[in-house]
Design a protein around this ligand. Structure first.
Ligand code: FCB
Length: 461
């Protein structure tokens, strides 16, 4: 059965600056927290850094030509803040602006719409040295940086994503210590969770001040928490906390100017002096779309430790993620990064968003994809059949969701290229195009050709 899409559906691919650009020390780029973190022993697999990555900084014309060949209509990329403002202050580095001007011009010339993410995790180290996202001032610095981008690129860019995955920016980075800056400080993570919301609200306003016609949104990573012990009230309670912490905090903030009450109660005095009077009016804002990154569902079989009071369970650093476990039915079926394949979840999620936050006027799937390490065979062919299956299954579910009323306007495959997968270094390959890092040779995978077919037919046949 064919799963078709609306005629104006926006087919795209996505990347992020630190994951692909390389040229880490060129043209005056300042140090980012990922430069520092990737050099901290034990933090990234094999000690890999983004110094060279896919060398996209020099090879972007080739990468754009590849996208054009696939029929891709839009490209979601991020701007490295420290290329434009090496110290995170107001001192500009024109060579950084020049690079993004060249990139955007080349996209426009190829007929590919540029969709810009302003923050995909490479914070100027100078700002981290003053507390990073745990410091309220970072939100104001971000709004200034957003205005500078709008002024420089807004004649050619009309769609802007402020931050990518503020949950990762806050919890994974300041509490779990898995991403840069690698802190394990619960209080700092709570502060970052608010300051990223505030940053989105402030940046939305500074972008709109430059051009009210801009389309602006936040990209969140969301999941469905599946209760594997239905009827157990302790599990229900923990799912409410996890869902609040991961899913509802940012969307509810932007849409309704409210954070989940159970979480605020659980965080208690950690929000005192962080959420200031009037803040929630700034957090709440009118956006044209919500960006949704979806990879997998999460499963909760039990709530451990059960004897802890609710408050302490909410305090429980999620680095333990003690409540999450994988049901046996997924054994042997995981992607290389260890994630289950749950395509129905993408449909459930966008329908839930549509139901629960009717103010979300449009959604883009700003990321979706999977890690499989398939390499070119003797004939140079990358037959990544499992990624073909993943792509087809997820897009079929997106098509069904749209037919059931979810306002999903586009899909961005993660990722255009195999790239630097953060703490996993180069060990995980998410691309629809293979990159041989030693030579920088690109090879379109079977999934890339499949994507081209889907785009051409505007359907999964
Ligand atoms: C998301 C990130 C993206 C990529 C994918 C696999 O959380 O936004 O940069 O690493 O996961």
């Amino acid at each position: 059965m064919a799963h078709s899409f609306p005629s104006d559906f926006l087919w795209g691919t996505a990347t992020a600056s630190y994951q692909i650009e390389g040229a880490a020390h060129e043209d005056g780029r300042g140090v980012s927290i990922w430069d520092t973190f990737s050099r901290t022993p034990g933090k990234v697999k094999n000690g890999d850094t983004g110094d060279v990555a896919c060398d996209h900084y020099h090879r972007f014309p080739e990468d754009i030509a590849l996208m054009k060949g696939l029929g891709v209509k839009a490209y979601r990329f991020s701007i490295a803040w420290p290329r434009l403002f090496p110290q995170g202050d107001s001192v500009r580095e024109e060579r950084g602006f020049d690079f993004y001007n060249r990139l955007i011009d080349a996209l426009v010339a190829a007929g590919i719409e540029p969709m810009v993410t302003l923050y995909h995790w490479d914070l100027p180290q100078a700002l981290e040295d003053r507390g990073g996202w745990a410091n309220r001032q970072t939100a104001y610095a971000f709004a200034d940086y957003a205005a500078a981008c709008a002024n420089a690129f807004g004649d050619r860019v009309s769609t802007w994503i402020t931050l990518n995955e503020p949950w990762c920016v806050s919890w994974l980075s300041y509490s779990m210590g898995i991403h840069a800056p690698g802190k394990k400080d619960y209080r700092a993570a709570v502060a970052a969770a608010h300051h990223t919301s505030l940053a989105h609200g402030l940046a939305t306003r500074s972008l709109k001040a430059v051009n009210p016609a801009f389309k602006v949104g936040l990209t969140v990573n969301m999941t469905n928490y599946i209760n594997e012990s239905p009827g157990d009230p302790v599990v229900d309670e923990v799912i409410d906390l996890l869902d609040g912490n991961y899913n509802r905090w940012w969307v509810g903030g932007v849409q309704n100017g409210e954070y989940p009450a159970t979480l605020l109660a659980a965080y208690g005095d950690l929000v005192d002096g962080v959420i200031l009077p009037g803040d929630m009016d700034l957090v709440r804002c009118e956006n044209e779309f919500l960006g949704v990154n979806y990879y997998r569902d999460e499963f909760v079989a039990s709530a451990r430790p059960e004897d802890l009071p609710l408050r302490d369970r909410a305090y429980m650093p999620f680095d333990q993620r003690a409540n999450l476990s994988l049901p046996e039915r997924f054994t042997g079926k995981l992607t290389d990064i260890g994630w289950p394949v749950t395509p129905h979840g993408i449909k459930d999620l966008v329908l839930r968003i549509h139901r629960e936050w009717p103010g979300v006027k449009a959604m883009y799937i700003t990321e979706n994809g999977c890690a499989y390490g398939d390499e070119p065979d003797a004939n140079g062919v990358v037959n990544d059949q499992r990624r073909v299956d993943y792509l087809r299954a997820h897009l079929s579910e997106v098509s069904k969701a749209i037919k059931q009323g979810a306002p999903v306007r586009g899909y961005f495959a993660w990722s255009l290229l195999d790239n630097y997968e953060w703490a996993e270094g180069y060990s995980q390959r998410f691309g629809i195009i293979h990159v041989e890092y030693a030579t920088q040779r690109r090879t379109i995978k079977a999934s890339g050709y499949e994507y081209r077919k889907i785009i051409a037919h505007n359907a999964v046949n």
